[in-house]
Design a protein around this ligand. Structure first.
Ligand code: PLP
Length: 390
């Protein structure tokens, strides 16, 4: 049996590897504090679960779903985009249901990238952008996200020849893994840049609702004329604690949505309509109040973690978005070495920054997916293991 050559370029999926290592330790009876994977520990709100309970009994939903998503789902997303972002969408041509945004992001690349095409990808970034570019035979061009630039890419530093061969520009704010946020001014610059070079601008808005200290994350589509060049991915996974349900939406430029649809109709047959109905109901019950409640929980965890680490010598600022903290490793250590040390000496799972790209070296990513008591315990264990920033 011979596997395709394209698989040779693909490193093991970092989260699957971490999960395996964590399970090994748990099997040995070690009490592991899991702050590696960005998977909310809190349950899906009851009203969504109840909507699912009702929807699952509808025989019409037991058949193949509509490819682009049910009309009611696309209409619900359209209404939400208007209410939340003041963005107008046509549910018929500018909204598509996805089996999670990971699926949509991956398939978008297959819809746009021919062998040899360049894709502009933040470094560090959610790995799917780079991996699917490689699988499709494209060439990732990594745009460094540096602390001194607020972890925003510097478009002007991209060489002219690269700009001309590029097809897609990926951005993601609030950002995984750096937890940086971006305002509409940055999105405006991204739209201008995409327009100048005929690029598809793809904004991964997975963490739109996870923000703190008064920051409200915009949609890239709120920029005037953005729909000429941009597609955005809105996921239900993180805001509604629905990672297991696999539901998201692609919204924006109709041509890009249609191109994505060509790959999807030839690959999957859409998401279970009952799940779409449950997801659509997410917007019916005062989601703003639910997000505020969730964000108070995450802000409390963030404060406990950041204050705890700062007492160990770090000088971390409190992130305004996502449920991650991007932590520089102590001088002289590598991100993998330090992540291993946290796991082996303190039973604390974190992700090495280098897993998100070369500019992630020197950092670990900590996900605030355990309660404050466990976070305090993680800090105590790190302190007991002699971990300090010095
Ligand atoms: N985009 C980013 C930046 C993410 O961090 C994640 C998940 O961690 C996803 C997309 C995937 O989201 P979904 O569950 O909708 O596939």
């Amino acid at each position: 049996m011979k596997r395709a050559k394209r698989l040779e370029a693909i490193p093991p999926y970092v989260f699957a590897e971490m999960d395996k290592r964590k399970r090994e330790l748990v099997a040995k009876g070690i009490d592991v504090i899991a702050m590696g994977i960005g998977d909310p520990d809190l349950p899906t709100p009851e009203w969504i679960v109840e909507a699912m309970g009702r929807a699952i009994h509808k025989p019409a939903y037991h058949r193949y779903p509509d490819y682009e998503g049910a009309t009611f789902f696309r209409t619900a997303v359209t209404a939400w985009y208007h209410r939340r972002f003041e963005v107008k969408l046509d549910p018929g041509s500018e909204v598509m249901a996805l089996i999670g945004s990971k699926e949509g992001l991956a398939h978008l690349i297959w819809a746009f990238v021919d062998p040899g095409d360049i894709v502009l990808i933040p470094d560090p970034a959610y790995p799917v952008y780079r991996i699917h570019t490689l699988l499709a035979g494209g060439e990732p061009y990594l745009m460094p996200l540096r602390p001194e630039n607020g972890f925003l890419p510097d478009f002007e530093a991209i060489p002219e020849a690269v700009r001309r061969r590029a097809k897609i520009l990926f951005i993601n704010y609030p950002n995984n893994p750096t937890s940086a946020v971006a305002d509409l001014g940055f999105f405006r610059r991204a739209v201008d840049f995409a327009r100048r070079y005929g690029l598809l601008l793809c904004h991964d808005n997975a963490y739109a609702e996870m923000t703190y200290d008064g920051f409200v994350a915009p949609s890239v589509l709120a920029v005037d004329g953005a729909k000429d060049v941009a597609i955005e991915f809105y996921s239900f996974s993180k805001p509604f604690n629905m990672t297991g349900w696999r539901i998201a939406a692609a919204v924006g430029n109709a041509e890009a949505v249609a191109a994505l649809g060509i790959i999807k109709t030839n690959t999957d047959s859409g998401q279970f309509t009952a799940i779409q109905e449950a997801a659509a109901s997410a917007f019916d019950h005062d989601p703003e109040t639910f997000f505020a409640r969730m964000n108070r929980v995450y802000a409390g965890r963030r404060d406990t973690f950041v204050d705890g680490m700062n007492a160990l010598g770090w000088k971390l600022e409190k992130p305004k978005g996502t449920f991650y903290v991007w932590v520089p490793v102590p001088p002289g250590q590598t991100s993998s070495g330090f992540a291993r040390l946290c796991l082996e000496r303190a039973g604390v799972v974190v992700t090495p920054g280098v897993a998100y790209g070369p500019h992630g070296e020197g950092f670990i990513r900590v996900a605030l997916t355990v309660d404050e008591r466990r976070i305090r315990e993680a800090i105590d264990r790190l302190a007991a293991a002699g971990v300090r920033y010095s």
